[in-house]
Design a protein around this ligand. Structure first.
Ligand code: HEC
Ligand code: HEC
Length: 271
């Protein structure tokens, strides 16, 4: 009995100590990925990555369950494939545009950290994400210069010269709104997501030149916004702006969606 205690007690201490150690000293990239995921991805994918965030009910198809609980899916993807879908979004890899495009929002290193964190959500025995000290991933955010008002004005004059041009832009903008996944986060007339503000009256609230500049480059206004730069062409951005400018709500007033999180309110206008 004495002998057994000799072995058992240190063994137990080792196991418990090891667990505490691994939790306290979680790989720093996994820890970073967890933090980014918690702010930007959980509204759709849920805290545990099970596809059950508060915005999940507004999505069709659903946000993927990243834990592979129902079927083995994530484990079969390579690290590069997961990187690519985060970088380019569902739109860029022929999946649902409800999965946003993040390549203009996060640094290379942040996206690889997300991949490393996502790997901890399901069982996986393939090669781990490599963070090479000699060849580090880019840590700088993809900061593009703010879009100037003059750019909006000249594009507007070129494309919206008459009523026909305007109607074409409205139709195209409606398509952009659903095909590029704006609808996954924003509600219009009772349909759509609740991650961002309800846009049913946005034409009433915001100037078109602000909408255009915001959509082309949200980070230049708010460095920590949850709205990604979806990398729209200038024409698609103009079209969606013209469409949104027509949304002025119904006369009886459209209900605002419940705000979730600290920044789902109205963006401050800046000149
Ligand atoms: C607005 C909702 C939304 C947000 C926010 C969101 N996702 Fe998704 N995500 C989706 C949807 C919807 C799908 C399913 C796409 C499909 O299967 O067509 C998806 C699928 C995925 C997949 C599986 C891709 C595949 O190959 O099937 C990964 C990985 C993923 N998301 C990672 C992320 C990460 C990381 C973030 C945060 C940076 C994020 N998502 C934020 C909605 C969202
Ligand atoms: C991943 C979710 C997400 C997607 C996708 C998204 N947005 Fe947003 N959007 C937000 C959030 C969150 C805010 C609030 C921003 C803030 O305060 O940081 C916002 C703000 C806005 C605003 C300002 C609204 C106001 O009342 O201040 C406009 C306009 C807008 N988005 C348009 C669009 C358009 C157009 C698209 C598609 C090209 C789009 N959004 C895609 C999340 C999203």
């Amino acid at each position: 009995m004495k002998k057994l205690q000799f072995v058992l007690i240190p063994a137990i201490i080792l196991v418990i100590g090891g667990l505490a150690f691994s939790f306290l000293f979680e790989d720093k990239h996994v820890a970073k990925g967890r933090k980014v995921f918690s702010r930007y991805c959980t509204p759709c994918h849920g805290e545990g990555g099970q596809g059950d965030g508060y915005n999940a009910k507004n999505l069709d198809p659903h946000a993927r369950d990243l834990t592979d609980k129902g079927e083995v899916y994530m484990a079969k993807l390579s690290n590069e494939e997961i990187y690519e879908v985060i970088e380019l979004g569902g739109y860029g890899v022929e999946l649902s545009p409800g999965m946003p495009t993040w390549g203009k929002h996060f640094s290379e290193e942040e996206i690889w950290s997300l991949v490393a964190f996502i790997r901890t959500l399901h069982s996986y025995d393939g090669p781990p994400v490599k963070f090479d000290k000699e060849k580090p991933y880019q840590t700088a955010k993809p900061r593009t210069p703010p879009v100037q008002e003059a750019e909006f004005i000249s594009l507007f004059e070129e494309k919206v010269s008459d009523d026909d041009g305007r109607q074409e832009m409205i139709d195209q903008g409606k398509e952009v709104f659903s095909d590029r996944g704006c609808v996954a986060c924003h509600r219009v007339n009772g349909k759509g997501g609740e991650l961002g503000p309800d846009l049913s009256r946005v034409g009433f609230m915001l100037q078109p030149q602000f909408i255009y500049r915001w959509v082309r480059n949200p980070l230049s206004f708010k460095p920590h916004t949850r709205m990604p730069n979806l990398d729209l062409s200038d024409e698609d951005a103009l079209a969606v702006t013209i469409y949104l400018s027509t949304l002025k709500g119904s006369s009886d007033g459209v209900q605002k969606a419940e705000p979730h999180g600290s920044d789902s309110g109205t963006v401050q206008k800046r000149s």
